[in-house]
Design a binder for this molecule. Structure first.
Ligand SMILES: Cc1ncc(COP(=O)(O)O)c(C=O)c1O
Length: 501
């Protein structure tokens, strides 16, 4: 709404210059400059032109020359004058004229010709990178309650009072020390991670930790173990990096380490989600953790440990992180505020073995210099004052209820058709179809009913694919979850009926 009413005044920034030596009359030069700006879309429809007096002063010409140019533009329909409120670029500039410009598609095509091999790999995975919508059962959505909103507002206001050139200048690419210190304390206590603030780099989410790890540790063609089924965004990042993916199956105890060793004993790295395997939800057993670390220590492989949502644990104590068990400096521990707080804040972190710190610091500097300072200081203060702990406690309660409501509603609606793995932690669950129902067909049918789900079968590489859906339950109230469960059940039954007929 607001945008439609606001008139752009970018005309002030146009590079307009007249040529006093030209034989073309001044009014015509002004007319042509403005017409070119309009036709090339440098001035978009609705933009306000400078007043005739301002433009005459700026170009150092008589006002009559500018007035004459404006009159011609009005007469030809390029601009419209509004008494008392100025002159604006018309919304209906003749289409024939605009069409004479090179269409954007041609420019885009030209760009594609310049892609490097790496660029082509990125382009190839683009279609897999969907953005989750905030609709039940979208994954990775978050809830925020009034206590958090209030604390956030207060602390933001407090931090913004320190709004000065020193606090808003270039800063350490590793991130604000105050935040790294809070993160270190939190990880030592909650996740048995062994770390000092000096080893922590603040990043824009787990995804950047994964991206930098691949850039710095993986050469094109290097073998990397990935969980099968596994997290699509890491898989896409590996494809883009030119790595050779080695799918390693997963069971109820997490990644089957012995299978990985049998398939690629000399792999350069492994990407693993041990606290809450994505998507199956299994927790890697202690025996497997020790096996994985022993293999990496012996073979020289890196372990990228993605601990993306273990804060929300509903039963018992979490197992120690892989990083906490590592004695050889082979684990890069990756954490994120996307689930604990909200994904839009784009803050996460990695705990680096000492030997990797300078390479990560340089890579961050070269990618985008540093994380934004204001959000870091707000989060550091939010943590220091104990609001993150209490937020996690309250959300854990809320998400547990949400999980239980979804399990109960889906079981009631679909009974024996599905099998639900009730997750002990995290913010999503997997429901598998017991009958041969296509998860892709249900996903499409559910979408028509306004429900967003992720099919499981495309997350498999070589392991025998199961048909099922990932359901996120963290960002929605119980009423929304019940309604979405009913809609999803209807969609599933419709697909099952179509198959039977
Ligand atoms: C397995 C896994 N890792 C990490 C993330 C979080 O990524 P980020 O911190 O970049 O938002 C997600 C989010 O959906 C995820 O599912």
């Amino acid at each position: 709404m607001q945008a439609a009413k606001t008139r752009s005044k970018w005309a002030e920034f146009l590079d307009l210059e007249i040529d006093p030596a030209s034989e073309r009359p001044l009014f015509q030069q002004i007319y042509l400059m403005l017409r070119t700006a309009i036709v090339s879309n440098a001035l978009s429809p609705g933009s306000r032109l400078p007043s005739t007096r301002q433009l005459a002063d700026r170009l150092d010409v008589s006002r009559t020359s500018v007035l004459t140019a404006y009159e011609q533009l009005i007469a030809e329909g390029y601009v419209a004058g509004q008494a008392g409120s100025g002159t604006y670029v018309s919304h209906d500039v003749p289409q024939a004229i605009l069409a004479s410009q090179p269409p954007a598609a041609i420019l885009r095509k030209a760009n594609r010709r310049t892609l490097s091999e790496a660029g082509q790999r990125y382009a190839a995975v683009a279609a897999d990178l969907v953005v989750t919508e905030h609709m039940a059962f979208g994954t990775g959505c978050c809830s925020i309650d009034a206590v958090t909103v209030e604390a956030w507002r207060r602390i933001s206001a407090q931090e913004m009072r320190r709004f000065d050139p020193i606090n808003l200048g270039y800063a350490d690419p590793m991130g604000e020390y105050a935040l790294r210190n809070e993160v270190a304390q939190y990880l030592r206590a909650a996740r048995a991670v062994q770390c000092d603030p000096e080893q922590i780099i603040i990043l824009s989410g787990a995804q950047q930790a994964i991206d930098l790890s691949l850039r710095l540790l993986i050469d094109p063609g290097a073998a990397v173990w990935v969980e099968d089924p596994g997290y699509f965004a890491t898989r896409a990042a590996l494809v883009a990096a030119g790595a050779k993916l080695v799918p390693v199956p997963v069971d109820g105890d997490g990644l089957m380490v012995h299978e990985g060793i049998a398939r690629a004993p000399k792999a350069s790295a492994v990407y693993v989600t041990p606290s809450h395997q994505f998507p199956t939800g299994s927790v890697m057993s202690m025996a497997r953790r020790l096996d994985l670390i022993a293999w990496a220590a012996k073979s020289g492989a890196w372990i990228i440990e993605d601990d993306y949502d273990s804060e929300f644990r509903y039963v018992g104590r979490p197992l120690a992180s892989l990083q906490g068990l590592d004695r050889d400096g082979c684990v890069i521990y990756v954490g994120t505020l996307s689930k604990i707080l909200f994904p839009g804040i784009r803050l996460g972190f990695a705990v680096l073995p000492e030997g990797l710190v300078s390479a990560f610091k340089a890579a961050r500097y070269l990618a985008d210099r540093q994380p934004p300072t204001p959000h870091q200081t707000i989060v550091a203060e939010f943590m220091r004052q104990g609001f993150l702990n209490s937020h996690i406690r309250r959300m854990r309660q809320r998400y547990r209820e949400a999980r239980d409501v979804v399990v109960e509603s889906i079981t009631k609606e679909l009974g024996d058709l599905v099998e639900i793995e009730v997750p002990e932690c995290g913010i999503q669950l997997v429901m598998h179809f017991r009958e041969a129902i296509s998860d892709l067909a249900v996903t499409a049918e559910a979408r028509r009913a306004g429900v967003v789900v992720k099919p499981v079968s495309p997350l498999y590489l070589e392991a025998e694919a199961r048909s099922g859906l990932v359901l996120g339950y963290s960002g929605f109230d119980l009423h929304q979850l019940r309604a979405a469960s009913a809609n999803l059940a209807r969609a599933t039954l419709a697909v099952a009926r179509r198959k039977a007929s």
